[in-house]
Design a protein around this ligand. Sequence first.
Ligand code: SF4
Ligand code: ZN
Length: 321
Amino acid sequence: MQCDKCDAEAVMHAAYSGLHLCADHFTRSVEKRVRRRIREDGLVPDDATPADPVTWVIGLSGGKDSVVLTQILHDTFAKDPRIELVALSIHEGIEGYRDRSLEACEELTAELGVRHETVSYAEEFGVRMDEVAEEDPENMAPCAYCGVFRRDVLSRYAERFDADLMLTGHNLDDEAETALMNVLEGDVEQVAKHFDASLGPLEERTEQDHHVPRAKPLRDVPEKEVALYAQLEDLPAHITECPHAEEAFRGEIQRLMLDLEEDHPGTRHSIMAGYEELAALAADAYGDGRQEHGECERCGAPTGRDICRKCALVEALEESA
Ligand code: SF4
Ligand code: ZN
């Protein structure tokens, strides 16, 4: 097959657009979509200047998504004195898994000359995910603990670095899966939160959320294309799966989504287009009513309860130890 834009041989076919692209045109199309998303989301503030730059913290796990995100952000902004990039990695304490992916992070950031910081659950909370999975005092999937801890670390460190924005490598498949899960679980409040946290206009993300606003510049790029980009650009991405990955419902949704996409190319895109509109309405309807106005008694994090979810989990783990 030949590239639709030149005479070179195609390396991919996107069923949803019908396009065949060569390596060169494909990588450029990925970069274009990421830059367009950054523009459309208004991520670079008009008033950022070289004398008063903004700081962007990138959540870098060493997997293909965050590695591709870091590379493209670096290629786009390394020479832009209005933007300072910091990569932040988390060591969850997962034997044989995280050490290897952190090596990928080190390698990439050293090569790009991007500042890189690593924080661990062990130092932050006195827990390691391997033990958490073992003890499991709340009887939930390991990822449920891990997600709470990760959000806490990311938002606290984003604040510590005086970040203006927290960027993560969620791709189109991730976002469409989350959208479908929220809808199937009937969780309208979660839909509203999803919108406020990372889909809506940046000014509102800042206003609505107590945390540093988030952005997902890869959210228009399907997972397979992110993987192909990493491979073609020879990026040091780590591919093994975490041994604790067992978010059962997401796994089912993943399989469903792949089947749907195969039979009806473009499903992920249309889910997201419709979901974003619905999510905007949901966020509007909920307004400020569901804001977390209180502060955690133990750590000061914003929460609607006396102590926040993260502190409650740490306490449960301490008691079960
Ligand atoms: Fe944490 Fe689950 Fe990701 Fe493993 S798969 S790092 S347990 S969230
Ligand atoms: Zn707390």
